[in-house]
Design a protein around this ligand. Structure first.
Ligand SMILES: Cc1cc2nc3c(=O)[nH]c(=O)nc-3n(C[C@H](O)[C@H](O)[C@H](O)COP(=O)(O)OP(=O)(O)OC[C@H]3O[C@@H](n4cnc5c(N)ncnc54)[C@H](O)[C@@H]3O)c2cc1C
Length: 303
């Protein structure tokens, strides 16, 4: 266990940023603390942001949803607002943290800011168009989540604070499905896939596919998305869905490691992209997609 020299408690987001830059030495924000030893190996002091007023999930009259950065994953799972948003896809992913103790402490902001390629919350938030609200001492910036990640363990933040995420109200009406493939119930994701489609009058107006665990950062599959956009659901065929899934698989860049080979991960992207698109299209009336049956392994599923 790392022995940090000091821990300061911030009472507002601006105070947290000032405390972090005051020194002496290098500071690190502390949220749920479930990954602090790994995420901040060289830190001298911590700035506790759990009292900075960044917790909670609120819907605006326009339908946008604001999730505070220190909102726990258990709160995401229990939230009535999120249950009604995009079929409860975000709540479903939060529930995939099988360890309830971790889920109660771990925050949505901490999950994204640690910037692991397999950060559980990233793909589903990406396909739903989440925008990060980033706070500096005297300024605020909005950055789409897909532009937030730079490298494994690195985001665009530097010493700034992630205050929260805004989900556009329009996305609340999208069909969204997600899958996490793991080797064990509490294991790290080998592959994550999230799919969101906006279907209006039988036409796919917007398609988003995002992946986790198969590249240096969570990523979007723009080519596969383009292939789906503007297609009529009635004209979709299983072969076309397979083509989209193959393109998505060609857009990832996984590594070989102790858990799985790059080849296996790439093929699982193809398999789960196809299954999730089929499942969404089945909701929209396409009945010939052979993969619309529930995912049948022990550690996966979809919202
Ligand atoms: C037993 C166990 C099981 C786990 N299971 C999973 C899992 O299934 N899926 C998964 O994705 N992860 C998992 N994790 C990893 C971890 O718990 C999560 O990533 C968690 O969401 C991190 O959130 P936290 O609030 O604890 O972050 P912390 O540990 O407090 O912080 C993590 C990093 O993010 C920074 N940070 C936190 N909040 C902010 C902010 N608002 N602005 C700027 N920087 C910030 C911190 O400075 C630190 O660098 C697991 C960890 C453990 C120990």
């Amino acid at each position: 266990m790392r022995n940090f020299k000091d821990c300061r408690t911030a009472n507002s987001p601006a105070e947290a940023v000032v405390m972090l830059t005051t020194g002496p030495g290098q500071g690190c924000f502390l949220a749920g603390g479930t990954n602090i030893n790994r995420a901040c190996p060289d830190c001298d002091f911590l700035v506790d942001i759990t009292q900075a007023g960044l917790s909670g999930i609120d819907g605006s009259p326009e339908g946008d949803v604001l999730i505070g950065a220190t909102t726990s994953l258990q709160e995401c799972l229990d939230s009535g607002v999120l249950k009604d948003f995009a079929g409860g896809a975000i709540s479903w992913v939060a529930g995939q943290y099988r360890n309830r103790d971790i889920r109660t402490s771990a925050t949505i902001g901490g999950n994204l800011c640690h910037a692991l390629p397999s950060a559980d919350m990233a793909p589903v938030l990406m396909v739903l168009g989440a925008v990060c609200i980033i706070i500096d001492e005297d300024s605020q910036e909005s950055v789409p989540l897909e532009d937030f990640f730079v490298l494994p363990g690195q985001t665009v933040l530097d010493s700034r604070l992630l205050a929260g995420l805004v989900l556009p109200g329009r996305a609340g009406r999208w069909q969204c499905q997600s899958h996490k493939l793991t080797r064990s119930a509490e294991g790290v994701a080998l592959v994550q896939v999230a799919v969101a489609l906006e279907v209006i009058d039988g036409i796919i107006h917007l398609a988003r596919i995002a992946l986790g665990g198969v590249g240096p950062t969570p990523l979007r599959c723009h080519l596969a998305e383009q292939l789906l956009t503007d297609l009529k659901v009635a004209e979709m065929t299983p072969e076309l869905v397979e083509d989209v899934a193959l393109i998505a698989a060609s857009e990832c860049d996984p590594a070989d490691d102790d858990l799985a080979s790059a080849e296996y991960r790439t093929d699982m992207v193809r398999v789960f992209t196809r299954r999730l698109i089929c499942r969404v299209l089945a909701e929209e009336g396409m009945d010939e997609c052979p993969e619309s049956d529930p995912v049948d392994d022990d550690h996966g599923g979809a919202a």
